[in-house]
Design a protein around this ligand. Structure first.
Ligand code: DUC
Ligand code: ZN
Ligand code: ZN
Length: 476
């Protein structure tokens, strides 16, 4: 079955032009003007924009933590992604634990996440959390790469749980490079955080703002420079996830100017919100790690996007209910999942994480493109093309060109939406952008040629999404 989308305006990472798109099966066959086809179904896209499906490089679905589980799974979160114009999502698989000398490879962690993702509704891939590292683990990297996982996430925080020491990170950087893989890094200072948290609790500080006050911005800045310096010394690329402080962007820029192969991602909440939001009575809604910073950091991160210091905008989507004692109705059924209320008397017990996988493109279109902060082409680059390139999915994903997957968003640039939880398909009881007046929204979303979102109608289903085996990515 062929599909011909006519008279749209195609936005790529570099150009804007009038185009028709011919889709055959799951692929884009032709792009051009005045295309014809004897039997294709025709969609008139006059006045509409044609964007490559969003690629979200940073999501967490069905993630157990804080004695509960993040409230979107690999179906509900994927569905929400699709409604927001995102057709590829990347999640993180856990490294299997191992007693000394008993390491059995990565496969059990990959299999655990593949099993969860059987209900995938958009295309997906995994990064691998690297939470212990030695020669045996290094020897398993080729097998991991064979499964199509070419990225390893390391942590400079979460002492005794997720963190690798600097020696481990340095060795992991070299081993990754030797296997054509990319290290991604969560940058905070674990030692400082683990000192400040018990001090704060002992002093009786239990409110959400203390989550931010015990995870200082200087720790993120210092850890970012440390990571860039290690990457340069290892002659290996690194990608810094969820950059949240202006000073982190300064460190990245410092390293990039000196030729270090370092790249960075920020997430929308760090562009809009600050510790002031965490001081509200419902401040737990903004608790994630790293935390919200200051209004100055919001501005500095926008500038880093404009300057090209940062390459991607992901979401770190990891939602929890604000009040998980009260059910919401999801697909006609009540559901309640314990959430932020678990920490109402102690900020250290508030599940860390925010909704955002649906919000990303619509919120940024209004706040970045319509506001004139970024061009429509930069928007496509940051949210689709660059993540596809960095993570080894380009040109199958992130591009509307012949041969690419027909992941197409028909975007209505004039559609007005009063956004919020009522409009969102993210499975939680709140939305960070409640009441925001958005202009510009996905009208139709195609996944490999199949229409999965048509206005407010969900036409996708569990199992539509495919696992994407990734190759080596680009350093940008
Ligand atoms: N940060 C969070 O707040 N939650 C999930 C993972 C992460 O990096
Ligand atoms: Zn992280
Ligand atoms: Zn994350």
């Amino acid at each position: 079955m062929a599909l011909l989308i006519k008279n749209g305006t195609l936005i790529s990472a570099s150009d804007t032009f009038k185009a028709d798109i011919l889709v055959e099966g799951e692929k884009i066959r032709q792009i051009g003007e005045n295309l014809t086809h004897p039997s294709a179904a025709v969609i008139d896209a006059t006045g509409k924009l044609l964007l490559p499906g969003g690629v979200d490089p940073h999501c967490h679905f069905d993630l157990p933590m804080f004695g509960t589980v993040s409230s979107d799974d690999h179906y509900t979160g994927h569905k929400a992604a699709a409604f927001g114009g995102t057709t590829t999502v990347m999640d993180f698989a856990p490294q299997p634990p191992a007693a000394p000398g008993k390491w059995d490879g990565f496969q059990a962690g990959v299999d655990e996440w593949l099993a969860k993702a059987q209900k995938a509704a958009v295309d997906y891939s995994f990064h691998m959390n690297l939470t212990h590292f030695d020669d045996d683990v290094a020897a398993s990297l080729p097998a991991l790469r064979e499964t199509g996982i070419t990225t390893l996430k390391v942590f400079t925080a979460y002492n005794g749980r997720l963190r690798l020491d600097d020696g481990g990170i340095f060795r992991a950087l070299r081993a990754a490079k030797g296997n054509g893989m990319l290290v991604m890094s969560h940058c905070e200072n674990g030692d400082v955080i683990e000192t400040l948290i018990p001090e704060a609790l002992a002093a009786g500080h239990t409110t959400p703002e203390w989550h931010a006050l015990t995870r200082p911005a200087w720790g993120a800045v210092e850890a970012t420079l440390r990571m860039c310096a290690m990457a340069q010394q290892a002659d290996a690329p690194v990608y810094i996830v969820h950059m949240n402080v202006g000073g982190e962007a300064d460190m990245l820029q410092y390293a990039r100017e000196r030729g270090a192969p370092v790249m960075g991602e920020t997430c929308p909440p760090y562009l809009f919100f600050s510790i002031e939001d965490m001081r509200r009575p419902d401040g737990a809604k903004w608790i994630c790690s790293p935390p919200m910073r200051t209004a100055v950091d919001n501005v500095r991160l926008w500038q880093a996007l404009q300057a090209g210091t940062l390459q991607t905008i992901g979401t770190d989507h990891c939602p929890f209910f604000f009040d998980g004692t009260q059910p919401i109705i999801y697909e006609g059924r009540p559901i309640a999942i314990p959430g932020k209320e678990l920490g109402k008397d102690d900020f250290t017990k508030i599940p860390n994480g925010l909704p955002g996988v649906q919000d990303r493109l619509p919120v940024l279109w209004t706040t970045a493109v319509r506001s004139g902060k970024l061009s429509a082409n930069q928007f496509v680059a940051l949210t689709s093309t660059n993540p596809a390139k960095i993570f080894g999915l380009y040109p199958r994903k992130g591009a509307l060109i012949p041969g690419a997957d027909a992941d197409i968003v028909l975007w209505d640039p004039e559609k007005k939406v009063k956004y919020g939880v009522a409009h969102s398909h993210q499975r939680t009881d709140y939305n960070l952008y409640e009441g925001w007046e958005l202009v510009g929204y996905p009208e139709k979303v195609f996944l490999r040629g199949k229409l999965i979102v048509d206005g407010e109608n969900w036409l996708g289903k569990a199992g539509d999404g495919q696992f994407l085996k990734r190759g080596e990515g680009e350093v940008m």
